[in-house]
Ligand binder design. Structure first.
Ligand code: 5GP
Ligand code: ZN
Length: 135
């Protein structure tokens, strides 16, 4: 896709620190890493976001992740790993689908917060039904 920064990386027009590549997937270091070893995994096919992704592309993209995650773990011995994928407004900046592998270290400055709401069982039931109706 013209004007897509990650397609340009795939084409070799923009250099990258390649970690892994197969027929369907390319993984490279994030240029502005949140932590040491922060890696992006992308499908070679230009897919905008999770809503633009078919099941086959999703399967092939995710298939590469355990191997890459394990390599990062062996390389740097992090205390854990966050797998993050921003879709649309909440923080998606590059519109070529990508998965962030963010190894975590004691006292790193990466923040991810889950606010725990307390819905009633009726509310949970209603939410569940609404999602199921759209599967
Ligand atoms: P998003 O916010 O869209 O989920 O994440 C986009 C990520 O792409 C950011 O973490 C940013 O640092 C990274 N990024 C943007 N441009 C480049 C680039 O040219 N090369 C590399 N390696 N990473 C990039
Ligand atoms: Zn692209």
């Amino acid at each position: 896709m013209k004007n897509c920064i990650f397609c340009k990386i795939l084409d070799g027009q923009i250099p990258s620190y390649k970690i892994y590549e197969d027929e369907y997937v390319y993984a490279f270091l994030d240029i502005n890493p949140s932590t040491k070893g922060h890696t992006l995994v992308i499908p070679k096919e230009h897919v905008i976001d999770i809503y633009d992704m078919d099941e086959e592309t999703a399967a092939k993209t995710f298939q590469a992740i355990p191997k890459i995650a394990s390599a990062i773990k062996k390389a740097f011995n992090p205390i854990g790993l966050n797998i993050v994928n921003n879709n649309q407004k909440p923080h998606q900046v590059v519109f070529h689908y990508h998965i962030h592998l963010i190894p975590r270290y004691e006292d790193d400055s990466f923040k991810i917060s889950f606010f725990n709401n307390e819905p009633t069982s009726e509310e949970l039931l209603d939410i569940k039904e609404k999602i199921i109706a759209n599967l």
